[in-house]
Write a protein that binds this ligand. Structure first.
Ligand code: FAD
Length: 289
């Protein structure tokens, strides 16, 4: 194939980048790590204008405050994996980050690119959906925060308007003691494989072993990364029992809408989703003394 000549502009600051995209939003294709974009570039992209975000220090790195962990959209998965507080306090995100591609990809791939590319099978979204999480949207006029749950609108559509970019991800630090986390990515291989299905879950039990909070998120089973909210509601306020597990699994299966595609079949995805949730909830059954 002949080489593709593209025009690349690399602003030095967020202000400069926002000014450029506001002037002519349709002109630019934003690039972060390029790991999603580069695999799709072909002759049709000849002459396209790329806005390289990689010099925007304002969107890099992880900041910790008493209440929050703020992750810049340009933070790579390697940086997320290396952060001790993320491993301790947000283990679902740590595990999701470890599942992205292999080390070479983790060194370039950014969390912002993962969310904006918005594949239903992407790894970071299911983890973030289990935490109190907001994302910051930046434009020349204003910066505003929205709950991450409202970010994915439809298949590969996110809540960014022309002239806007994703700035930061903010996770609220949750001190609850009795938190139980579960993350499984099911794929053809351990590394360098996109999910056939992913399930992330976070359940908090009170002192009486009653569920005080349930978050169950799934990837690759619907047009967008999703939470199984009816299932969560059925679990909340109750103790975990075999009957409760059966009800929760039935409700979750009614909420997902997997398809047959090149990676898997709808039937397989239904079965695996059922097995994974059953497995996790079974580990939470009260033990008899
Ligand atoms: C070999 C290989 C293996 C992979 N394995 C996995 C995997 O296991 N799991 C997984 O989830 N993904 C995987 N991916 C996909 C990809 O690596 C990730 O989705 C990655 O996080 C994308 O980030 P990026 O910085 O490279 O995005 P880019 O390719 O730079 O951008 C992706 C999209 O996001 C937009 N964008 C990026 N940053 C911003 C921003 N701040 N604001 C607004 N728009 C923005 C871009 O315009 C573009 O549309 C793999 C890719 C490859 C090539």
């Amino acid at each position: 194939m002949d080489s593709v000549i593209a025009n690349v502009t690399s602003p030095d600051s967020l202000e400069q980048a926002l000014k450029l995209i506001q002037q002519d939003p349709s002109k630019w294709q934003l690039v972060a790590g390029g790991t999603d974009l580069m695999v799709t570039i072909d002759q049709a992209d000849q002459g396209k204008n790329y806005l390289n975000l990689s010099k925007l220090n304002e969107l890099k790195g992880i900041t910790v405050t008493a209440q929050f962990i703020l992750i810049g959209a340009l933070t790579t998965f390697s940086e997320i994996i290396a952060h001790p507080l993320i491993k301790d306090e947000f283990p679902l995100l740590y595990q999701a980050a470890k599942g992205v591609g292999a080390k070479g990809i983790q060194n370039c791939a950014t969390i912002g690119g993962n969310l904006v590319n918005a594949s239903p099978a992407a790894d970071a979204p299911v983890a973030l959906l289990c935490y109190p999480c907001k994302v910051e949207i930046n434009s020349k006029e204003k910066n505003h925060w929205i709950p991450y749950q409202q970010f994915h609108l439809d298949y590969r559509q996110v809540a960014l308007k022309p002239g806007e970019l994703l700035g930061k991800i903010r996770l609220a630090r949750t001190p609850e003691k009795n938190q139980h986390h579960y993350y499984r990515k099911v794929a053809s291989r351990q590394a360098l494989a996109i999910s056939k299905l992913a399930l992330a879950a976070r359940i908090i039990l009170d002192d009486h072993q009653v569920v005080s909070s349930a978050k169950i998120a799934l990837g690759a089973v619907a047009p967008i990364p999703m939470r199984a909210k009816q299932c969560e509601q059925a679990l909340t306020g109750k103790a975990i029992t075999p009957a409760q597990i059966q009800l929760a699994v039935e409700l979750m299966l009614g909420e997902i809408s997997p398809i047959d595609d090149l990676r898997s079949s709808a039937n397989y995805r239904h079965q695996v989703a059922s097995n994974l949730l059953t497995h996790f909830l079974t580990t939470l059954l009260p033990t008899e003394n």
